[in-house]
Ligand binder design. Structure first.
Ligand SMILES: C[S@@+](CC[C@H](N)C(=O)[O-])C[C@H]1O[C@@H](n2cnc3c(N)ncnc32)[C@H](O)[C@@H]1O
Length: 734
């Protein structure tokens, strides 16, 4: 009988994780029974449920075995190999924690901010880069020929107060607990101290005299020698491992470098020299004296740890390899060791010491110095001072020949509000941490009219009689109507090729698509209500329509992708090109994959104008986008219906996505979820092509650097694209 292709695929996916078919089979069978043959549940997230179930069942078996073993162990050989793996898991896991400490990448949870809403003035945003500053702040040039959502902040003044008596079921972001409204001055006060940061440096310098006198006291040694190991390799700095079966504990005294012991049972040593030698030695001493211990196959150990990482940290994708990690460890150790002197760069929040990060037995002491709170004026040369986020910075005094380098990592900038953790990594160490409140969903600032109600969803706008997964229907339900009778998504949760191509074409050649021109454009009204200029046009965009509450399907329905939230492994990082923070993917992404939605405060354009008028005008980065994809569907749009999103103070990870002209790898697509009324919608980012792990994620803001209405552009574009409109513009004007 032919095997079900879904079964084969599941086996293949598990095989890639190093799990044999015989282990997969019973678990898969159970899962199918448990989930009533709902394959989507099993396939989701690259078979995560299946992998988890396998590991859980292995753990259960192990517990059973241990229980049994402790009762009846007779001193003979262990009945199955897994025992060793479980022992290894404990050992390797504690080692890996140490690895993170040594790298200076020890992860610290960000303390939860107070439940009191915090609003910030954009003047508090990061470093000021005067070379890129301008008094004119635009995220997207409005009405550009790109037809994209572009918002200018240099609207001329207009005295007009708006209010909306209409109810809204969304949160009101401008309400304090006492119900009062924040003004921007108050934002400034409340903006401080959103994040803690930790600057961690390598434990200690090695002097030339400390050049490695490497002993092999332990069971595993990893080396990164430029061709000096007996297992020679043409690859420089390759990581190799060898095993010492005759671990000589007494040789410990001869070791150079650092010992990062966490307990008497396991520790590891690292030694390096400026000539490029690094040696890491893992002391899995707890193995000694274990009755069942035998030397495991190190390839199996590597695979085991990789699987553990895949499971625990969701580092997915074939590119993750423990050997690579160890290689990076060696390289980083060497680099930091080579470049630093007596650095003590541990930062702490002077506001809340209870969240100090624990770095193991040998970690450096953390410094707090409240008296330094106000000495933040000269950040570049300060020592033991507080930066603008109220974080204590104990930095080295700059020395001409020493490269300043620090690592910072925040484990989860979402503070647990997303299904996945999103870390922030700063390998450069010279940018302020972003200051904003992470919100996973849009939130109304004040006057925006966003009203969700079941009564507003007509029968033809939902699929109340559907069950389960709408994508499995032979004839698509009513929710596919907006997308031409076909769903926009494939069963794998990706955008369909045709739909994606149409959206890409619209993005790249907006002039070929339909533009709507308002009779009385809300944007122009906001700029100058007395003498508004003619509308510059709004591109009428394609929408995805997802099933929602009034639909009969379940949450796992394939037509609910954006509303399920971020599922990909992405990371905020500091870009090298001067763009500030950016977003990168840590896993390979297929074409058409949903990454995240652009989340921010929902503002009317009038409110945005008022907000920008109040801000200092010197912000380096700006974060508004316009929601004008369907402004043509009504006559004259009221101010409260002409909306935009501003992620300056409240936003999600999308606020870090930088601009790239033309060939960006992400595309923003309007998504209807809660309301068929397209004044308000979600703006979701999808990949335009396959994206490699560690590629920066970018989207084309639609800035028209030639736009005569906006002679001063928002920023000097350093997107690096061969099609950069800014570079082209400069070339033609010079
Ligand atoms: C939505 S924010 C992106 C995140 C931002 N880089 C940060 O550090 O928070 C938009 C701002 O990022 C900067 N930016 C984005 N793309 C850029 C590019 N291609 N070149 C230079 N600056 C860029 C600009 O300052 C812009 O106002």
């Amino acid at each position: 009988m032919a095997t079900n292709p879904r079964v084969s695929k599941a086996f293949r996916a598990m095989r890639d994780l190093g799990i044999p078919a015989e282990t997969v089979k019973p678990v898969l069978k159970n899962l199918l029974k448990l989930y009533d043959k709902n394959w989507e549940l099993i396939e989701e997230d690259n078979y995560r449920t299946l992998a988890d179930a396998i590991f859980e069942s292995a753990d259960d078996e192990q517990r059973e075995f241990k229980k049994h073993d402790s009762m009846v162990y007779d001193g003979s050989e262990p009945p199955f190999k897994k025992v060793h793996l479980v022992q290894q898991e404990d050992q390797v896991s504690s080692t890996m924690n140490n690895v993170s400490t040594v790298l200076g990448l020890k992860e610290c949870e960000i303390p939860q901010t107070s439940s009191l809403p915090k609003l910030m003035d954009s003047s508090q945003l990061g470093l000021r880069d005067h070379s890129t500053e301008s008094s004119f702040h635009v995220l997207q040039a409005p009405f550009s020929d790109k037809g994209k959502d572009l918002i200018s902040s240099n609207f001329p003044p207009r005295d007009q107060k708006l209010s909306s008596g209409r109810a809204s079921c969304a949160f009101q972001s401008n309400q304090a607990i006492d119900g009062s409204s924040y003004d921007h001055k108050r934002r400034e006060k409340m903006a401080k101290g959103h994040y803690e940061e930790d600057l961690i440096k390598p434990k200690k310098e090695l002097s030339i005299n400390d050049l490695p006198q490497f002993s092999v006291p332990t069971s595993m040694v990893f080396s990164a020698f430029p061709g000096s190991l007996e297992h020679s390799s043409t690859e420089k700095n390759s990581v190799k491992y060898l095993m010492s079966q005759n671990a000589d504990k007494d040789n410990k005294d001869n070791r150079s470098g650092c010992n990062y012991g966490t307990s008497g049972e396991s520790s590891f040593d690292i030694a390096s020299s400026p000539c490029g030698e690094v040696k890491i030695s893992l002391n899995c001493n707890s193995a000694h004296g274990q009755p069942h211990f035998h030397i495991p196959n190190l390839d199996a150990v590597m695979k085991f740890v990789e699987n553990k990482y895949l499971r625990s940290y969701k580092i997915v994708g074939p590119k993750f390899s423990l050997m690579k990690l160890l290689k990076e460890l060696c390289e980083s150790y060497l680099e930091l060791g080579t470049f630093s002197t007596d650095r003590s760069v541990i930062k702490r929040s002077a506001l809340d010491d209870s969240h100090q990060c624990t770095m193991g037995a040998n970690r450096e002491s953390l410094r707090t110095d409240n008296s330094a709170r106000d000495s933040n004026k000269n950040e570049s040369s300060c020592s033991g001072s507080l930066n603008s986020q109220g974080l204590l910075v104990a930095q080295e005094q700059p020395t001409a020949h020493i490269k300043k380098r620090s690592f910072r990592k925040i484990r989860d900038i979402t503070k647990g509000t997303e299904k996945v953790r999103i870390s922030l990594l700063d390998e450069i160490g010279n940018e302020h941490l972003p200051k904003f409140v992470y919100v996973p969903q849009n939130i109304i600032y004040q006057n925006a009219y966003v009203h969700f109600s079941l009564a507003r969803i007509a029968d033809e706008d939902c699929c109340s009689s559907c069950l389960g997964d709408c994508l499995s229907l032979a004839v698509p339900c009513a929710c596919a109507r907006d997308t031409g009778g076909e769903f926009a998504y494939t069963p794998q949760g990706l955008l369909k090729e045709d739909f994606l191509s149409a959206c890409i074409s619209m993005d790249q050649e907006p002039q070929k698509h339909y533009n709507f021109y308002c009779q009385d454009c809300p944007l122009e009204r906001a700029k100058n209500g007395y003498r508004p200029e003619p509308c510059k046009g709004h591109l009428v965009r394609k929408f995805i329509k997802e099933c929602w509450r009034k639909c009969g399907c379940n949450m796992l329905c394939g037509n609910r992708v954006v509303q399920r939230g971020i599922a990909r492994n992405v990371q905020v990082f500091l870009t090298n090109e001067g763009k500030g923070w950016g977003l990168q993917t840590l896993e390979e992404l297929p074409k058409g994959a949903f990454i995240c939605e652009y989340v921010g405060e929902i503002l009317t354009n009038m409110e945005l104008y008022e907000r920008n008028k109040e801000s200092s005008g010197s912000e380096r980065h700006t974060y508004p986008v316009l929601l004008d994809a369907d402004w043509g569907s009504e006559g004259v749009l009221k101010d409260e219906d002409a909306l935009c999103l501003d992620a300056t103070y409240y936003g999600n990870v999308a606020r870090f996505v930088n601009h790239r002209c033309f060939d960006a790898n992400l595309l923003e697509i309007p998504v209807e979820v809660e309301t068929p009324d397209h004044h308000y919608y979600h703006l979701a980012f999808f990949t335009k092509r396959k994206v490699d792990a560690l590629e920066e994620l970018t989207w084309d803001y639609g800035i028209d650097f030639d736009d005569q209405n906006h002679p001063i552009k928002a920023f000097q574009c350093c997107c690096g694209s061969a099609f950069c409109r800014d570079v082209k513009r400069k070339a033609t004007t010079s």
